[in-house]
Design a protein around this ligand. Structure first.
Ligand code: ZN
Length: 431
């Protein structure tokens, strides 16, 4: 699929969005959505803290103005201004002086990755803390430390999410969901946010979309639960496929995590696109940990929602640490992920059940001028073979994806050949 996705533009937005302190709630999320709004025509919704959503309650809103630790010389040894991963998300306000032993109760590090700052949050249990490298933690001398956490936990606040909709010819819709609650982490999940935003931008240019597209930029878990508790039944009416966009930007091969049902439209379409276009990729069955597919594929909904990503969360050591930064990702790979989603969408949009207009024997193909410029292919044996396959499989029981799978031809060539056969009135779309 040809696209005009501009890698520099993605990088510019990355640079704007990366430093923002995002969390489950708060002004960082609003700021993020306001920037995304430059690319995506977002409707922004505020769900009040305390709102009941199935078994969950929307938490109070958390905001942070400043946070640091000073030694007795007054030097800031940990400062939120250097990395917003330093603060334990949802830290309660605190000021005071502590001994090293007292301070250590509130410090978190990764002994097995001693030069990385871990990303941690404590949204539902009230506490305060700092993350720092294990090397720094171990080098802290006995001293009297001064701590400031200028935070605010407001039970009259709200949770913020953004939604956008592109109307196609049909009410049937495809969901693109990504999460905005992680602070300065590149692959998980600024890459997902940027991929969703630039995917929107590409789809918005198309005037011929068959399906409608719903984009969600929500905080993970509670955002998806809040959305589903309000709109889940509406999604039941029209949702035919959905994807959770996460870890879209590392340099790894593609991974696809199937929907819970395992053989739904997005599962079939992604497998078909990957087998046509990639040498190495990983297919995984659904499992109930991970991202928001946990909610979309919960038994009450069991939606056809999967996740096409690069290296999956949990599978890269930089995951949830300060090493998941700009150096870890590549904007070319983000672009490649967006293009892969566009391929999947092209296939879903074209996925009809096909029938022969005259099903008896083979047509006399020489009469129909089918051989010119199909996929730029000059090898008539390939085209001939493909056409024979399509005409044989077009018995009203196979859709386009079945035909690609059974014939093993590249999906783009199959789409083009089918268009040609429909033009020549040899095939028609089954009602
Ligand atoms: Zn994460």
């Amino acid at each position: 699929m040809l696209s005009l996705i501009n890698v520099d533009e993605i990088e510019n937005y990355f640079d704007k969005l990366f430093p923002i302190l995002r969390s489950v709630t708060g002004n960082g999320n609003r700021e993020t959505l306001n920037i995304i709004n430059e690319i995506v025509d977002l409707n922004i919704t505020e769900v009040p803290s305390g709102t009941q959503c199935f078994d969950w309650t929307v938490p109070p809103e958390w905001n942070l103005k400043d946070a640091w630790i000073k030694n007795s010389k007054g030097e800031k040894i940990v400062d939120i201004k250097n990395s917003n991963l330093h603060i334990l998300g949802y830290s309660t306000p605190f000021t005071g002086k502590l001994t090293l032993k007292e301070l250590k109760e509130h410090l978190y590090s990764l002994p097995d990755m001693p030069d990385a700052i871990p990303f941690l949050i404590s949204c539902y249990k009230r506490r305060w803390g700092f993350s720092l490298t294990h090397n720094q933690l171990q080098s802290l001398p006995e001293d009297t430390y001064e701590v400031l956490i200028d935070s605010d936990i407001n039970s009259n606040g709200s949770l913020t999410y953004g939604e956008a909709f592109i109307k196609g010819k049909s009410e049937k819709e495809i969901l693109i969901s990504t999460y905005i609650c992680h602070p300065s982490l590149a692959n998980d999940n600024l890459s997902g946010i940027l991929s969703a935003a630039f995917l929107y931008k590409e789809l918005k240019k198309r005037s011929d979309l068959r399906y409608s597209y719903r984009f969600l930029f929500i905080p993970e878990t509670i955002g998806a639960i809040a959305y589903l508790s309000k709109h889940g039944n509406e999604l039941k009416e029209n949702l035919i496929a959905g994807f959770v966009l996460t870890t879209c930007g590392d340099r790894g091969n593609f991974t696809y995590k199937r929907s819970r049902k395992g053989n739904t439209l997005p599962d079939r379409a992604v497998e078909c696109v990957l087998s046509s276009t990639e040498k190495e990729y990983t297919l995984e069955d659904f499992f109930p940990t991970g991202s928001d597919e946990r909610q979309y594929c919960s038994p009450g909904f069991n939606f056809p929602v999967g996740s096409l990503m690069r290296t999956r969360y949990y599978n890269f050591p930089e995951y949830h640490t300060s090493k998941d930064n700009k150096d870890f990702i590549s904007f070319e790979h983000i672009k490649g992920t967006i293009e892969k989603y566009l391929d999947v969408i092209t296939l879903i949009e074209a996925n009809d059940i096909l029938v022969r207009t005259n099903p008896y024997c083979e047509p006399q193909l020489g009469k129909y001028d089918l051989y010119t410029s199909l996929g730029g292919q000059r090898d008539t044996s390939i085209i001939n073979g493909l056409i024979i396959y399509i005409l044989n499989l077009a018995d009203g029981s196979n859709d386009l994806i079945d035909i690609v799978k059974k014939s093993k031809y590249d999906f783009r060539l199959v789409i083009e050949a089918i268009r040609k056969l429909v033009d020549k009135n040899l095939l028609k779309v089954k009602d």
